[in-house]
Design a protein around this ligand. Structure first.
Ligand SMILES: CC(C)(COP(=O)(O)OP(=O)(O)OC[C@H]1O[C@@H](n2cnc3c(N)ncnc32)[C@H](O)[C@@H]1OP(=O)(O)O)[C@@H](O)C(=O)NCCC(=O)NCCS
Length: 156
């Protein structure tokens, strides 16, 4: 295991790269939170992000040797003029394992990788009404950034 939790001695948390065999674990963790089993979506994400491609990170957290959470992110550059930065686009911790530091460990693990990739900024996007995820990312020191999202409904 490559990322041993040193913050809470005696609590066996580990972080490891995801692999194709984690598909059902990831689908189940996401389904527990969102209520939707997105098998094709997560299969595609694992193929794109878990293969060790540079600047793409799909990490699994294990608690007591069992997968209990994941985080997915990548370094993106120059979209809408934005210099290279780390983007987190999914995080999830099993309900039974929450509020025990696992989400923080995942966040720190992906930020470590972003730093090693040479970027000095990490970004994410959250639903405004999602107070839990907002509280979590604020607890990690994240603040409102310089971009805003715009949208428009499209008539068929
Ligand atoms: C957000 C999430 C990853 C946090 O994971 P976690 O392992 O519980 O996080 P941590 O234990 O590291 O908590 C870190 C901080 O987050 C905040 N936090 C965590 N759970 C919270 C809760 N239920 N209410 C308010 N704040 C909370 C706290 O500030 C906490 O710090 P503290 O323990 O000092 O109070 C987890 O709740 C989750 O997976 N939620 C669903 C995520 C989701 O909707 N994903 C789909 C879209 S990407």
């Amino acid at each position: 295991m490559e990322h041993r939790n040193t913050e809470m001695p005696g609590v066996p948390f580990d972080i490891r790269p995801a692999r194709a065999a984690d598909l059902q674990t990831v689908v189940s963790l996401d389904e527990e939170t969102t209520g939707i089993a997105k098998v094709a979506y997560w299969k595609d994400r694992l193929e794109r992000y878990a293969g060790g491609q540079p600047d793409r990170y799909f990490l699994i957290a294990e608690k007591d040797g069992r997968p209990a959470g994941f985080i997915v992110g990548e370094v993106r550059a120059w979209e809408f003029g934005s210099p290279p930065s780390g983007w987190i686009f999914a995080i999830n911790v099993n309900r039974a394992a929450r509020q025990d530091g696992l989400g923080t460990l995942l966040f720190e693990a992906v930020c470590d990788r972003f730093r090693r990739s040479g970027v000095r900024q990490v970004r994410t996007m959250i639903a405004k009404e999602d107070k839990l995820v907002m509280s979590f990312f604020r607890s990690q020191g994240m603040m409102a950034g310089p971009f805003i999202e715009l949208e428009k409904g499209l008539a068929p």
